[in-house]
Design a binder for this molecule. Sequence first.
Ligand SMILES: NC(=O)c1ccc[n+]([C@@H]2O[C@H](COP(=O)([O-])OP(=O)(O)OC[C@H]3O[C@@H](n4cnc5c(N)ncnc54)[C@H](O)[C@@H]3O)[C@@H](O)[C@H]2O)c1
Length: 705
Amino acid sequence: MPDSPRFLMCPPDCYQVDYVINVWMEGNVDRSSRERAAEQWRGLHAVLQAHAEVELVPPAQGWPDMVFTANAGLVLGKTAIVSRFFHPERQGEEPHFKDWFEQAGFTVHELPEDLPFEGAGDALLDREGRWLWAGYGPRSELDSHPFLARWLGIEVLSLRLVDKRFYHLDTCFCPLAGGYLLYYPAAFDAYSNGLIERRVPAAKRFAVPEPDAVSFVCNAVNVGRKLIVNQAGEATRAWLGTAGFEVIETPLTEFMKAGGAAKCLTLRLDEAERADTRAIAAVESREVRLEGHLLDSGLLDRALDLIVDGAGSFQILEFNLGKQRQSTSDARLKVSAPSAEALERIMGQLIVLGAAGADGVGERGPRLEAVIQAGVAPADFSVTTIYPTEVKTARGWTRVEGQRMDGVIVVGSDGRAECRLIRDLQVGEQVVTGVDGIRLPRKTESREAAAEPGGAAADEFGFMGAGVSSERRVELVVEQIAWELRRIRDQGGKVVVVAGPVVIHTGGGAHLAGLIREGYVHVLLGGNAVAVHDMEQNILGTSLGMDMQRGVSVHGGHRHHLKVINTVRAHGGIAQTVAAGDLHGGVMYECVRRGVPFSLAGSIRDDGPLPDTVMDLLQAQADYARLIRGADMILMLSSMLHSIGVGNMTPAGVKLVCVDINPAVVTKLADRGSVESVGVVTDVGLFLSLLVAQLARLNGVHAAV
Ligand SMILES: NC(=O)c1ccc[n+]([C@@H]2O[C@H](COP(=O)([O-])OP(=O)(O)OC[C@H]3O[C@@H](n4cnc5c(N)ncnc54)[C@H](O)[C@@H]3O)[C@@H](O)[C@H]2O)c1
């Protein structure tokens, strides 16, 4: 039978579950029956022999998984790429399979020793021979794919496996004759699913239900229109029937205990080459360098995690470990991704961690694209972060001015670089796109800051460890904030307070007013409500109609805030109300008296609004941005809306303190990856009273709290 299909199998004489290298093996060590396994193997062999020629490789003592010949290697035409096993438990199979391929007359290729690739378990030819589907993640490395493309002269489509039950591509993916496909989509990441959907028309692919997937229906041997499987459920059978396939079931439960079924037990040997295929692998790689306290600050971990989460893979090419506690380490990594876009996404994130290109590419200038519609950026624009950023321009590495997050970088003809909001872009301006020519020189995170998040260990502003302080730490944190506030005031620095109305409701208004009076606050940012409630309290003695002294609601109090708004509107604004003698104390009064600039940003729920409230939000954003410029510290007091707004505008390096009763809000604000932010989960009224008391203590005054 010269044209009959040929398969390689390995008798199960040495087969048993001896170790655990996948989730199927867990709990099955020594639980497989040799006799039943032999009987089931003979069953498969017989079925296969009815439709194909079967050759045998002799089993080798001590290598129980040799029975799974799909992992011997990958064959196309007269070429065989022998496997490089990921687990040492299987690496001893490699020379046996290599010998067999050589004796069978194949031209054998071997991958570099540290590059795992598990053969036809992770590489499946489209049954029309047009391309090769190649899996990566649990066992095979993405970096093996370009070798496959080159040696086999075929296009390789990389698919990332994300479900540990489906650790090889052939456990969840089965290309069929006629361009059909059985697969289990949940075993793949979104990018891979998109790739599958683009290559195989909907009418030709069937997403198997989970019960079928875990019975390894995709681990099937396809010979012509026959499909040999362990077991197939009704829906899968029906679809296969309609597509013109005949299902032949043969029980392989003993092998399922090791995570394999029909396909794993066979290797197709007569894969025909097509004349019209070309070597193509979309895999892209770049080298990057990371420096800093890579291990103790967790930077290396974070970098590797984000590469893997971004569907990429990595090799550590070089690692120089700093020997002293204070010395830094550096690493050179090769980062690979299944496509140029995926690599660019990963690189964008690595750059934020402070990585720099180490392959010369990072030394190229940025890709600049002109704005062709005002207020609209070129599609591939780079997004800015809070971190100081440099761009390679005609002037060399140039610091981006006006750094903030969620902006874009505009490079002028003079080589200056500036951070700009998209809406402010003008036609013709040159915007940085992609990831080349950008770097974020990050300050090295200290070992102490990393070791003690939120802790008070280090020298200046020690508690600032991007940590969230729990209740028992509040006093400690307050002591340090008080210390900083005094230092900044005495050195002529700038403190911005962002406050919500809760400050007033919780009785913190008088404390905040005191801080303004004492010169600790240099800008106040808020909304309509904080001002309305502060003035209600100071004009009528209530906050939202509640008597602040007695804690009871006042008859007709629900009208109070409107009465206050009405009064201020009658005067034409807050400053005018103070000047007219109708406002005698409180937060807004102190701002006016001390000339502390404030901005009240409007919102959809505002009553009134006050004449001072800026209802043009773009104007309000611009006012906020202008007022926070040059700030040394920003205290964010119980206003999620305004605090997040301010957080987005603030570059790294400004000390941020976020006080909120809700840990989620605090985490969101403090978690900017910046060592200068701290969150305090507590009642804002309590926080302010502690702060004022601590300042009084520092100043040698006893304050009544
Ligand atoms: N009458 C009005 O005009 C009026 C009234 C209310 C709000 N507003 C406006 O609505 C917008 C959003 O208001 P917001 O900033 O109050 O709401 P917000 O929801 O953005 O923030 C309030 C924050 O306070 C926190 N909080 C609640 N109790 C606390 C406590 N005891 N201690 C510490 N934190 C506490 C909450 O967890 C929340 O994160 C603002 O623009 C505001 O001016 C207007």
